[in-house]
Design a protein around this ligand. Sequence first.
Ligand SMILES: Cc1ncc(COP(=O)(O)O)c(C=O)c1O
Length: 453
Amino acid sequence: MRCRTSLPPTDHQPAPYDGPAKQEVLALRQQYLTPGLLTYYRDPLMIVEGQMQYVWDEQGKRYLDGFAGIVTISVGHCHPEVVKRVQEQAGKLQHATTIYLHPAAAQFAKKLAEHFPGDSGLTVSYFTNSGSEANELAVLSAREFTGNQEVVSLRNCYHGGTQGTMALTAHSTWKFKSNPSVGVNNALAPYCYRCPYGLQYPGCGLKCAHDVENVIKYETCGEAACFIAEPIQGVGGAVTPPPGYFEIVYEIVRRAGGLCVADEVQTGFGRTGEHFWGFQNWGVTPDVVTMAKGIGNGAPLGACTTRPEIAAVMRKRVHFNTFGGNPISMTQGLATLEVIDRENIQQNAQAVGGRLKQRLQELQERRRLIGEVRGLGLMLGIELVRDRKTKEPASTETAEVLEKAKLRGLLLGKGGLFGNVIRLKPPLCVTQDDADFIVDCLDEALSELPAGD
Ligand SMILES: Cc1ncc(COP(=O)(O)O)c(C=O)c1O
C-alpha cells in the first residue's frame, strides 16, 4: 500500500489493552449474538478506546472516526466534561423512573426547549431510549391529536427499527416492507441527483414535493395524521432536498389536517453547521421534532419534542418508559448540550464542514468516480458512480474505498440504496487538519482503484 497521508498528532495515549483477543471476541459474537448484526470491513474492526475524534483498536492503532459511531458522537468520544458529570451521577443515583422527580430531567428539558426557535412553541419533551421510540411517539401523538391515521414518509428514508418505524422506512436494503404498514404511505424523495422524474432543479418546479399531495389524495382518504421526514436523509446517503421542498410539503400536509414531524436523529445538535436543527436550513417549523444519537454523545437517549397542546393528547395514552428520563442519560444529555454551547461545536461544524465540502468538490474534479458531493456542515455524502452520464452506482468501489481508508486510519460510513454513498459524519469537534487528512486519504484510496483517476 502506498500511503502518503498520516493522521494529525494527538497527545492522548491509549491504555494498553489486556482484554480477550479479537478472534476470541469474533467467535463469541458469532456464537452468542444474533446473526442479524452487521459488521463493516472484510476483517471486522474491534474498537476498545475513544478520545474526542479518534478511536483505537486493540493493537493500539488509531483511527479518525469519520462516521462518529453512526453519527452519534457529537462533542467527542469520552469528552472529559461529559465523562466527569456522568461518573459523578453514576455514583449518586443511577435509576429512579419518572414516577419520582429528579432535577436532571427537568433541567435538561428546559435547556432543550431553549434551543428551539423562540416562536416555534416547541417546548415540551418526552425522553426515550432511542430514536425509534421517539418516532413511535411522534406518530402516536399525531394520530391522537389529529384524529387521522394516515402517515406519509419518504422513499429512501430511515426512521428506526421498531415495528412502527420499520413500516415508515421505505428502503429495500432493510427488507422492512414485509412488516404491516397500516396507514403508512411513501412519497417520492427529493433526491435531485437521481430525480425520480428525470428533471433538474429549479426547472423541475419541485414536482417531487407535489407528490405528497398526490399520495394524500390517492392513497389516503385525503386526510393525514402526519408527514415525517429527515431534513437530510442520513442512511439514504446524505440526500439533501432542494430549497423550497419542505415549505411546499408542509403546506400540503397542514392543508390535509396533518402535523409535520422532523426526524432530527442525525441532523440535530449543530451537525448541519449553520443551524442547530436541520429543519432551520429549509425555513420551516415542524410541529414535532424527534431526536437521538448526537443528543447524548453516546448515551442511549432520544426525545420527542412538541408544542404543549399536542403533548397534552398523550394524557389519553399514558406512555410509560422505565428508563426514559433516567438520571444518567439526562445528565449526559445536559452535559453534552452545555458543551455544544460552550465549545462552539456548531460553529466548528460549519467551518470545518464547509472547508471539507469545498475540498471534496475540488477532488471531484480530479476523481471521476465521484458523481456528487452533497450535504451540509458535517453531514456530508459522496456518491460514487462508474459513469457520470449513466450514474451507474459504484457499489463495490465504495466498499473498497472504505477498506483502503481504514488501512490509512480513517473510518467512513456507507449508505444509499445501492451502498454507493460514502457518508462523512465525524464528531463535531474535528479540526481543519482532520478534514485535510480525510480528503488526502480519500484521494489516495480513490487513486488506487482501476477507475479512480
Ligand atoms: C434518521 C433516523 N431516525 C431514527 C433512527 C433510529 O434511531 P435508533 O437507532 O436510536 O432507534 C435512526 C438510526 O439510525 C436514524 O438515522
